[in-house]
Design a protein around this ligand. Structure first.
Ligand code: NAD
Ligand code: ZN
Length: 363
């Protein structure tokens, strides 16, 4: 058993508390990871506010982490202590029908199919002050050590800087993959991205890499526009600068609406606006943001009747996580994209609450 620090969420709506926790050794088929760095994604904020579906408290959040293998359980063959890894918030068990389908990156072992609050044997490897602490998406990266199933770990190139490539565990892969894999953006096309956080800015990068000729970035926080332009946005607009609905503004700007629209915020209104902003016949709208658990959307069905396509994505479309993330790391090392530009602040672990304050402040 290892004693180390972890950020524990004891109850919804409370700040994280950095505690001494015990991390049990890995059982058969599991791996214990020493974490080096973790990103903060809005999905962690959904969890802290009690809006993430089927989560259980107390819990150690975090799902965008990189580190090294500390020890392996019985039967683990795909990695050894010392290997550099990225933890996967979407597993790749390799056995389910989705894993066997080359078109899909989903896995039946994901949290959406069956909650990942405990490891597959239905026990936790974390305890604090004598209490069992839940895992989050199996990987709980807000800890100095974490224990996870082997199939939620991607072994990556030993040259990768862990404090940079941790973003490939969720935010970057989700946004970049939404453009490349889910929407399959074509060269010369027009795109609109709603929300310019880590995920939306990664969509901008994906649209640019796919050769889109016009990339319209939409946010209510104009401080995001300079970075969006640096990453490839051709136009930046603030819905609050217009009297008419943003879908009408986008339709006028483009003639018949954009070819591809993306929602990377997580609000019902902007999901509908994104859908209505794409071409009524051939447009494709990708839902990337996550709505609070239990919420629903109602739309005018004519929006779809005329031919639009509305789809969702989990962590980057058709990239299977264990195979795809190491390839993305190689592309990063070959400088095919620069996800470092998404890093705004680097904080020591003890300041994790400050990181959330920065996220909430749109910084
Ligand atoms: P973030 O908070 O960093 O960014 C959200 C952005 O949306 C901010 O810039 C904010 O100013 C902007 N915004 C808020 N309200 C707006 C409005 N009404 N109109 C226009 N812009 C508005 O969040 P993030 O970490 O980039 O995550 C974005 C969303 O993606 C979240 O809902 C998150 O849960 C979800 N997510 C989904 C997946 C997936 O696999 N599908 C993976 C990661 C994150
Ligand atoms: Zn995330």
């Amino acid at each position: 058993v290892i004693s180390c620090r972890a950020a524990v969420a004891w109850a919804p709506g409370k700040p994280l508390s950095v505690e001494e926790v015990e991390v049990a050794p890995p059982k058969a088929g599991e791996v214990r990871i020493k974490l080096v760095a973790t990103g903060i994604c809005r999905t962690d904020e959904h969890l802290l506010q009690g809006c993430f579906p089927n989560a259980e408290f107390p819990v150690i959040p975090g799902h965008e982490g990189a580190g090294t293998v500390e020890s392996i359980g019985e039967g683990v063959t795909s990695m050894k202590p010392g290997d550099k890894v990225i933890l996967l918030c979407l597993p790749q068990c390799g056995e389910c029908s989705f894993c066997k389908n080359p078109e899909s990156n989903f896995c039946q072992k994901s949290h959406i199919s069956e909650p990942q609050n405990l490891l597959p044997d239905k026990t936790s490897r974390f305890s604090c002050k004598g209490k069992q602490i839940h895992h989050f998406l199996w990987i709980s990266t807000f800890a100095e050590y974490t224990v996870v199933p082997e199939y939620t770990v991607a072994k990556i190139d030993a040259a990768a800087p862990l404090d940079k490539v941790c973003l490939l565990g969720c935010g970057f892969s989700t946004g970049y993959g939404a453009a490349i894999n889910t929407a399959k953006v074509k060269p010369g096309s027009t795109c609109a991205i709603f929300g310019l956080g880590g995920v939306g800015l990664s969509v901008v990068m994906g649209c640019k890499a796919a050769g889109a000729s016009r990339i319209i970035a939409v946010d209510i926080n104009k401080d995001k526009f300079a970075k969006a332009k640096e990453l490839g946005a051709t136009d930046c607009i603030n819905p609050r600068d217009f009297k008419k609905p943003i879908q009408e503004v986008l339709t006028e700007m483009t003639g018949h609406g954009v070819d591809y629209s993306f929602e990377a915020i997580g609000l019902a209104d902007t999901m509908i606006a994104a859908l209505a902003s794409c071409n009524m016949s051939t447009g494709v709208c990708v839902m990337v943001g996550e709505l609070d658990s239990g919420s629903e959307i109602s739309i005018d069905p004519t929006l779809l009747l005329t031919g639009r396509t509305w789809k969702g994505t989990v962590v980057g479309g058709s990239w299977k996580s264990r195979e795809g993330i190491p390839k993305l790391v190689s592309s990063y090392l070959e400088k095919k994209f620069n996800s470092d530009l998404l890093i705004t602040h680097t904080l020591p672990f003890a300041k994790v609450n400050e990181g959330f304050e920065l996220l909430r402040a749109g910084k």
